[in-house]
Design a protein around this ligand. Structure first.
Ligand code: ZN
Ligand code: ZN
Length: 236
């Protein structure tokens, strides 16, 4: 697989996840029959969401551009290989282990970044508070954030990839699976819907975990997993 194909597939993943997210969000704000499955009693007015949409679309466009440039750079440094190039007998276990490591490292990085944005009142007011205008968020509001916030957050998976690459090449499939899981997870935890299945996965950050953070503006700073908040005593 060439560099262009790798970049095209990655962008296709990002666009698909966000188109699904947009459809899901529109259904969730317009179909009032779904309200009984929601965690909070508060509701966003559809007009409020539409006013927020330009920043959301701007952030997604920038995300595509930065992913393009990031992968262009990373590919040239030989950090990625295709799954088939890894040792065949252990391809599945290597991809799974790499995926898990990227998710854990990214979540730890996000934990510190997010907790810092709450402790530093200047950054909270100027940057992070924008995301907290959503007290009862809907799915696509995961990216209703100051561009500087998600750009600093997007360093997380690449820190993970750099650490893993010290021990060997990173499979592009680990990265793609990371992108899909992280994106769908962000849509899920901002959806406001009570979790049905994810609550049964140990240490998985279910919707209630992040929804509580939006409701109380305090604690539950990690997103993918719940254990970092347990470890640092910030679980609410
Ligand atoms: Zn926050
Ligand atoms: Zn959020």
């Amino acid at each position: 697989m060439g560099k262009n194909e790798l970049i095209q597939y990655t962008i296709l993943i990002i666009v698909s996840c966000n188109v699904i997210g947009l459809i899901f969000t529109l259904v969730s704000i317009h179909v009032t029959a779904l309200n009984r499955f929601k965690i909070q009693k508060r509701r966003i007015k559809p007009i409020t969401f539409y006013k927020r949409l330009p920043l959301i679309i701007f952030n997604i466009s920038l995300l595509i551009l930065i992913s393009y440039l990031g992968l262009y750079f990373f590919y040239d440094y030989g950090l990625f290989v295709e799954g088939e190039s890894l040792n065949k007998s252990s391809t599945f276990s290597i991809i799974t282990a790499q995926l898990f490591l990227i998710l854990v490292i990214d979540d730890l990085y996000f934990y510190f970044l997010h907790a810092m944005m709450h402790k530093n009142k200047f950054i909270l007011k100027k940057i992070h508070y924008l995301h907290h205008r959503s007290i009862a968020p809907v799915a696509l509001e995961y990216i209703y954030v100051h561009p500087l916030e998600w750009m600093s957050g997007y360093l997380g998976p690449f820190i993970g990839i750099l650490i893993i690459s010290l021990f060997g090449p990173v499979s592009i499939f680990s990265f793609w699976l990371y992108q899909i899981i992280r994106n769908i997870h962000e849509l899920d935890v901002h959806s406001g819907f009570k979790s049905k299945f994810s609550k049964w996965i140990p240490f998985w950050g279910e919707t209630e975990h992040h929804d509580k953070h939006h409701e109380s503006l305090n604690g539950n700073y990690a997103t993918t997993f719940t254990f970092w908040d347990e470890v640092f005593g910030t679980k609410i």
